[in-house]
Design a protein around this ligand. Structure first.
Ligand code: NIG
Ligand code: FE
Length: 414
């Protein structure tokens, strides 16, 4: 039998999404709560979560085992941020100020600012500089409880800089406790070197994608006016599927223009944003296996309408939550803040919000059965919340307090 190497005893509670795989409908809010609880870990994996006397009997701490007193604390799975643009140089503070004076995000984009200003800054830096920034951003995320994060490319928009971004993210993750999952977002917007979106997508497919697949496990595209339309998205996503990538899409952020019908037809992994999705789109997504990734910090940051989250949940969609951390539309790396917004603005319960940024977010990243739950056999990624009730994670606005973070069975701080 595996030896217990980390033993967390006498917790007030251990809380986890129940079941296996993505949760939808009523089960989205069904948690497994052990109270009181102990957790036994061996190496990088969870051995057991349960009643203190049972865990002590079946997996007693050995002589070299680290023991942690869990009294007054709550164990939760490490959070999974399934949508971030954490790899970028520069900032958009001047643009933030312009927006505070009334300029819109789309106007700034159309005038050559927005995403393209971050592209200019990111193209100028070296892979080392970029890796250092990603490493710093991963540290910010970890502070807020994120132990696994997706990181997209998409601020290079040419072969050299897109590959530089993907390599930098990989380098940063080698030095950080946070595990990353890389997504190729070559078609984020059309760079100035190209006349049309179609020509740029051809270039992406022929010249960038074959090398990007060495570093990325998924592909993404921004379907929106001023960026890419459905025919280009179809061509790109089909090419990415042939290369074996999981498929995702930024869709319905400002306008509904066919993103959901295409996503459902192709059976892609997720459509992310959905602020502009109407009832029909929400219902068709809910009937499919395409996950709905909601990004309420972005809606807050840009003052967008909110997605039909309650309808998506009621109709049985696979709902996930993420930060969308990026310099322009969501300069926010805190999933607990996103959970609070989900509860206060989207009508999700704290339990639904927790599942949406743990088990369901893990599903979006293709990590079912590996992370996102506190259960035997899962990777030992865990948070010890310094609060009497697990709901403080969403309830204490901007005040998440962790007594410890545990990554792959290693205690990071206490
Ligand atoms: O998800 N909408 C497209 N992409 C990002 C924003 C990127 C940026 O503004 O730099 C988003 O909101
Ligand atoms: Fe995004």
């Amino acid at each position: 039998m595996s030896e217990t190497t980390l033993f967390i005893h006498d917790l007030a509670a251990a809380v986890s999404p129940s079941g296996i795989g993505p949760l939808r409908g009523k089960s989205l809010g069904e948690l497994e709560i052990h109270s009181p609880a102990s957790v036994a870990i061996s190496g990088e994996s969870i051995l057991a979560v349960g009643k203190p006397e049972d865990v002590m009997r079946d997996h007693p701490p050995g002589t070299d085992c680290v023991s942690v007193d869990g009294r007054g604390k709550v164990a939760l799975p490490g959070l999974v941020d399934c949508h971030t643009h954490a790899c970028f140089l520069g900032d958009r503070a001047p643009e933030f100020e312009l927006r505070s004076g009334g300029a819109s995000y789309e106007e700034l984009h159309a005038a050559g600012g927005g995403i393209l200003s971050t592209v200019n800054a990111t193209r100028e830096g070296s892979e080392e500089e970029l890796a250092a920034v990603v490493w710093r951003h991963l540290g910010w995320m970890l502070d807020h409880g994120t132990t696994t994060a997706e990181v997209k490319s998409g601020y290079g928009l040419n072969r050299e800089s897109e590959i530089k971004m993907l390599r930098a993210a990989k380098r940063a993750a080698e030095e950080s406790p946070v595990d990353i999952s890389s997504t190729f977002l070559g078609p984020h917007t059309v760079p100035p070197e190209f006349e049309t979106a179609g020509e740029y997508v051809d270039h992406v497919i022929d010249e960038i994608l074959p090398e990007a697949v060495r570093y990325a496990g998924a592909a993404d595209i921004f379907v929106e006016r001023g960026s890419f339309e459905v025919p280009e998205a179809r061509r790109y996503l089909e090419a990415c599927r042939e290369h074996g990538l999981a498929l995702r899409m930024h869709g319905d952020q400002f306008t509904e223009r066919g993103a959901i019908p295409l996503a459902v037809e192709l059976g892609i992994r997720s459509v992310d944003h959905l602020e502009a999705t109407g009832e029909d789109g929400a219902k068709s997504l809910a009937r499919s296996d395409v996950a709905a990734v909601l990004l309420p910090a972005c809606a807050l940051f840009l003052d967008l309408p909110l997605p039909l989250a309650r309808l998506l949940v009621q109709e049985g969609a696979i709902v996930a939550l993420a930060t969308d951390f990026n310099p322009g539309s969501s300069f926010c790396e805190s999933l607990p803040l996103v959970m609070n917004l989900a509860c206060t603005r989207l009508g999700l319960s704290p339990a639904e919000a927790l599942t949406a940024c743990t088990a369901n977010a893990a599903h979006v990243l293709g990590l079912d059965g590996k992370v996102g739950r506190l259960a035997s056999g899962y990777q030992a990624d865990m948070l010890l919340l310094d609060a009497p009730d697990w709901r403080y994670l969403a309830y204490h606005l901007g005040g998440d307090r962790f007594a410890a973070r545990i990554k792959r069975g290693r205690l990071l701080s206490f």
